[in-house]
Design a protein around this ligand. Sequence first.
Ligand SMILES: [Zn+2]
Length: 84
Amino acid sequence: MTQCRECNKEFISYNPRQEFCNDYCRGAFHRRRYRQQAVEEAEDRREARLNGHGTEEERQKASEVLARIVAEAGSGKPKFVRRI
Ligand SMILES: [Zn+2]
């Protein structure tokens, strides 16, 4: 048995290199990892700016990237979870 890296479900792996129970989990895992990387890069640029090394253009780019990531992360899901 192999444990899915995305949903932690155990599944029978037909391929020793298979790490996900299905294509959806594989896609979700890689999308999240890509987004995490983009967030870290944006953070790096933000830090560079705080250290006084960033140019105006880099500042602009970093905020655009961050805005895009936030928009993507929020797409398809409700922005606010209403608790009654
Ligand atoms: Zn899975």
